[in-house]
Design a protein around this ligand. Structure first.
Ligand code: UDX
Length: 466
């Protein structure tokens, strides 16, 4: 970045203020962006919630300031779904974020070049705008998912939302290759509430944001990125894959749980591409019935597997573990399952996922299609089995299977053991799996090329121009 003007009017270093919602899959990309901006000469202050606060000791180069929010239970409870959490966090963080940003501005407005805020935090976008600070929105999902959000109000007017059973397989004009069933949704949630959340995000982006930063790369989403820029008349910076830009060794991440590194030694003893890695990310919950179908499908496939069974990932799981079960206790496995799979299956509560995906023994990844997991899989050339659970995961699953051709569906809507076993065998040893692997390898090459691209430099130039 030599040659870039890195100083404000008073000859001071320009500062970027970042704010992420306190989810694992949002905070980690935001902290990676923070480190990359700092490495390019900008001062960085991370405003953060006290709930799930980042550990400043892991990022000595960054300044951390808590916003001292007061959160209602529904923002943090594992029993709240994602929509309830997002609405409650936006409401609870608005005043606290505004106060914290205002207090930073007292140190000198020109020092603060802009605020980069979580793309789901419409409250922070609005508050930054009100304080006269240019806001950039960081999307931690794909460009395609973001386009789906921007189109939310029109989808409702056109009758695609609320989603109707008889329209599930209809293509959605303007959002191809999405069908109605692939649109962002949170099952079982009041549609009005969901539509109002989507409209708030789309509205705040249109009203208060100067640019969009997306953890994606041109080679996989060029068309979607171009449409976003056209539709919003705003620059969209495809700065991903952020974890690749940071290079090796990978930085220590904020983690929900202590990763069980024993699984790496277990993988060491396995032949190349023989193991299926299974994880549904940091937030998704499945019901007990689906969990049992997953288990027996894995058992029936005959394929070795490493399965992350996260505490709280099965609805009713704690009850199944007996009254008083600790919050960090994993849900109980079905009776007889461990005896059935023996050493063929390894179960952990939390895995060092990036190292697992990079391991030679991994043949495929059964994923919920969270955007971080999808990018991590693409970057290691690992084909996927998809089981989207909510929100942007629906969109990403469609792109993985139909646009990029690097994934197969585990089942349609319902997870059933026979279909699971068949899909697992196909992904690991069938002709479909081999073709996906070839395409995944090509995407891996494109992702590595993107990691040396100039998108981040363009973003820094834009920030310094604000
Ligand atoms: C959800 C969304 O679906 C995602 O697209 C959104 O942008 C953030 O919220 P989440 O469930 O957190 O995501 O999934 P994902 O985005 O895939 O992130 C999970 C992260 O946890 C990944 O970086 C993954 O490497 C890490 N992880 C997961 C581990 O390190 N170990 C595990 O055992 C499981």
């Amino acid at each position: 970045m030599a040659g870039l003007e890195q100083h404000g009017d008073g000859g001071h270093r320009r500062r970027v203020v970042l704010f992420s919602l306190p989810f694992h899959g949002h905070l980690n990309p935001m902290l990676k962006l923070a480190a990359l901006l700092h490495a390019r000469g900008l001062g960085v202050t991370v405003l953060h919630t006290c709930f799930n606060a980042p550990d400043p000791a892991r990022h000595p180069e960054l300044a951390f300031v808590p916003i001292h929010e007061t959160l209602p239970d529904e923002a943090t409870s594992p029993d709240s779904d994602i929509l309830r959490k997002l609405l409650a966090l936006n409401a609870a963080c608005e005043a606290a974020f505004r106060a914290a940003l205002a207090s930073l501005l007292r140190g000198g407005r020109r020092d603060v070049a802009c605020a980069v805020v979580d793309g789901q935090c419409y409250a922070a976008m609005g508050a930054a705008g009100e304080l006269g600070v240019p806001a950039l929105a960081l999307r931690t999902d794909s460009a395609a998912a973001f386009r789906n959000m921007l189109a939310g109000p029109q989808l409702r007017d056109a009758g695609y939302v609320p989603i109707k059973e008889e329209q599930l397989d209809e293509p959605v004009p303007g959002l191809e290759p999405l069908r109605v069933r692939d649109l962002i949704r949170v099952d079982g949630r009041d549609t009005d509430e969901h539509c109002s959340f989507v409209a708030s995000v789309a509205g705040a982006v249109r009203a208060s944001v100067s640019g969009i930063v997306i953890n994606t790369f041109e080679a996989i989403e060029a068309a979607e990125l171009a449409k976003i820029q056209r539709e919003l008349s705003l620059p969209a910076f495809a700065v991903g894959p952020l974890h690749l830009l940071l290079g090796q060794p990978p930085p220590v991440e904020q983690s929900l749980h202590e990763p069980d590194r024993g699984c790496l030694a277990w993988l060491d003893a396995r032949p190349p591409r023989s193991v299926l890695y299974v994880s549904l990310g940091s937030l998704a919950r499945v019901d007990r019935g689906a969990f049992e179908e997953m288990a027996w499908g894995l058992a029936g496939s005959g394929v070795p597997f490493l399965w992350v069974v996260r505490p709280g990932s099965v609805a009713g799981g704690a009850a199944g573990a007996g009254a008083g079960a600790a919050a960090d206790e994993a849900p109980p496995l079905p009776d007889g399952f461990e005896e059935e799979v023996r050493d063929r299956g390894k179960i952990v509560k939390w895995a060092p996922q990036r190292e697992v995906l990079a391991h030679a023994a991994i043949g495929a990844f059964w994923t919920h299609c969270g955007w971080n997991s999808t990018l991590e899989s693409i970057c290691e050339g690992v084909p996927m089995l998809v089981q989207p659970c909510f929100a942007d995961q629906m969109v990403t699953a469609r792109y993985v299977t139909h646009e990029w051709g690097v994934g197969l569906e585990v089942g349609e809507e319902v997870v059933e053991r026979g279909m699971v076993a068949k899909a697992v065998r196909e992904a690991m040893a069938g002709g479909g799996g081999a073709r996906m692997r070839e395409r995944a390898h090509r995407l891996q090459m494109q992702a590595s090329a993107a990691a040396t691209s100039s998108a981040m430099d363009g973003l820094v130039r834009f920030i310094l121009s604000l």
